[in-house]
Design a protein around this ligand. Sequence first.
Ligand code: THU
Length: 140
Amino acid sequence: MEEKEIKILIENAINMLQRSYIPYSNFAVGASLMTKEGKIYNGCNIENSAYTPSNCAERTAFFKAVSEGERDFKAIAIVGGPNRVIKDYCAPCGVCRQVMREFCESSEFKIILAKSVDDYKIFSLEELLPLGFGADDLKK
Ligand code: THU
């Protein structure tokens, strides 16, 4: 993946922090997802007064993309922090990792955790979700 693409995804994810709807936790998360063709879908977390209907930023991005017909993904950048301020890397929750597992090749899909456009770490999905359960396991 090109450095330029990585920086664009991080920039988008940072901008999405302003869109997070976070009246309950005050913890904002922004995500920016790139398809294999280079198309980008952004997401933010969206909370709810009943708590469980809340949606993570990563899943917002994935569901926007999948609902538009996308199925092949290259990478996602994720940022987050309290009061919309990035203090540390923000790793995806287990549910979001499982959603990634549904649509992405574990060894190829890149998860970019960033503090800024110049400070980031890249993981494969396989690293963050080893021995994951996927569609093929249903056939065994
Ligand atoms: N959150 C995300 O958006 N993504 C994650 O992977 C971790 C958690 C959100 C959910 C909730 O709105 C807030 O962060 C605090 O948990």
